[in-house]
Design a protein around this ligand. Structure first.
Ligand SMILES: *Cc1c(COP(=O)(O)O)cnc(C)c1O
Length: 402
């Protein structure tokens, strides 16, 4: 007798890694093994009545790929199943996800609270757009619970945070900040890009919305941009965020959604391997004569070690490396690299390193750089899937000749 669920496998009883392989599948009547790529903008109807019904119903029938597409839905459902979300929507980039997650719910006169240590575009989307549209934005030291408490002693509509932050690797106490935010009436949006869904589960600490730049570890192979918005409660996603998305159109392309869907199958394996290698690289750099300081969530020397153990299950693949000296010394280390590539992307299978002060964060004022910890001697390293000893050898070449 044929299995009845082979077209839409029920993964509820499976362990997380298996959900990454089988979650979200909607097989067509051809019963393909590999998820199908529905490269289509629209959908057709057998009659005028059917079209009328499709527009009148609850949205379960697909009508246009800006609202939903079978391949994009499979990607969204696979991540939602893994993350424990009730609703998800894939966007064209991580910034499209950040933008919509915030601005779908903000109105003139509202308040938003966020840490100072943010990815530059997240900072812009909050600071610049708030100023334009009459929203009050308050930036705090994300590591200081007293500062959060003070900022959230007044009503707020949204709280946005990255933990760990890009590139300063500052960690925010998710449980404590979510509690304060909810008392102030705010929804909490967590940008979980650095931790990845593998190493940190923000919904379990009270987050309302989780966003990803899927460009990073979810693709993990440098092939496309993408983003995802996930909500803990279906109604908030479907009623507040979805109307904003379907009318403003930051939708992912089905092809990119298909790449990301297939990448999910190896996400846990890749992140675990990258995290283990990053730990080795961080231990090599710690105490190195040419290194002033290395910040890595997996090291005991990280100032927020206890909090990290409470809310993350691994250190991740990102390191902040402070070389002894300044820009000249940092550039020397970059220029001596042979295998590790100089690039401002991250989460890739290839190890990538960048000098944030002159690239990703070059538009910040000197004061903003200082507050965000972007010093001239800082290098950001994204550890890839190579043999960690080759990454260490590459770094040592530049360090030993300083
Ligand atoms: C890269 C990144 C983004 C933006 O993602 P894109 O896919 O480049 O638009 C947002 N937040 C964080 C923390 C990031 O690292």
């Amino acid at each position: 007798m044929a299995r009845t669920d082979h077209r839409t496998p029920n993964v509820a009883g499976l362990r997380p890694r298996s959900k990454l392989v089988h979650g979200g599948i909607q097989r067509s009547s051809f019963d393909e093994t590999c998820e199908a790529l529905y490269q289509t903008s629209g959908f057709v109807y057998g009659s005028a009545e059917e079209a009328e019904g499709a527009f009148a119903n609850d949205g379960s029938r697909l009508v246009y790929s800006r609202f939903g597409n079978p391949t994009s839905n499979m990607f969204e459902q696979r991540l939602a199943t893994y993350e424990g979300a009730e609703w998800a929507y894939a966007t064209a980039s991580g910034m499209a996800a950040v933008h919509a997650a915030l601005w779908s719910n903000l109105r003139t006169g509202d308040r938003i609270v966020a840490p100072r240590a943010l990815f530059i575009s997240c900072y812009w989307v909050i600071k610049e757009l708030s100023a334009r549209f009459g929203v009050e934005a308050e930036f705090v030291d994300g590591t200081d619970l007293g500062a959060w408490e003070a900022a959230l002693s007044r009503p707020a509509k949204m709280v946005f945070l990255e933990t760990p932050s890009n590139p300063g690797l500052e960690v925010v106490d998710l449980a404590a900040v979510c509690e304060l935010a909810h008392k102030a009436g705010a929804k909490v949006v967590v940008d979980n890009a650095f931790a990845t869904p593998v190493l940190q589960r923000p919904f379990e600490f009270g987050a309302d919305v989780v966003v990803y730049s899927a460009t990073k570890h979810i693709d993990g192979q440098g092939r496309c941009l993408g983003g995802v918005i996930l909500t803990k409660e279906k109604a908030y996603g479907a009623e507040v965020i979805h109307p904003y998305l379907r009318h403003t159109g930051p939708t992912i392309s089905p092809f990119n959604a298909w790449l990301l869907l297939k990448s999910m199958e190896t996400l846990e394996l890749r992140v675990a391997a990258q995290s283990a290698s990053a730990q080795k690289v961080a231990e090599f750099l710690e105490g190195h004569a040419k290194i002033e300081r290395v910040l890595y969530p997996g090291l005991d020397s990280h100032p927020q070690r206890d909090l990290i153990r409470k809310q993350m299950t691994g250190g991740g693949n990102m390191l902040s490396i402070f070389v002894k000296g300044g820009k000249e010394q940092a550039f020397h280390v970059l220029n001596e690299l042979r295998m590790v590539m100089i690039s401002n992307n991250l989460g890739d299978s290839k190890s990538l390193s960048t000098h944030p002060a002159t690239t990703t964060h070059s538009k910040l004022t000197p004061e903003e750089k200082e507050l965000a910890g972007i010093t001239p001697n800082l290098l950001r390293l994204s550890v890839g899937l190579e043999d960690p000893q080759d990454i260490i050898d590459d770094l040592e070449r530049g360090l030993s000749t300083l």
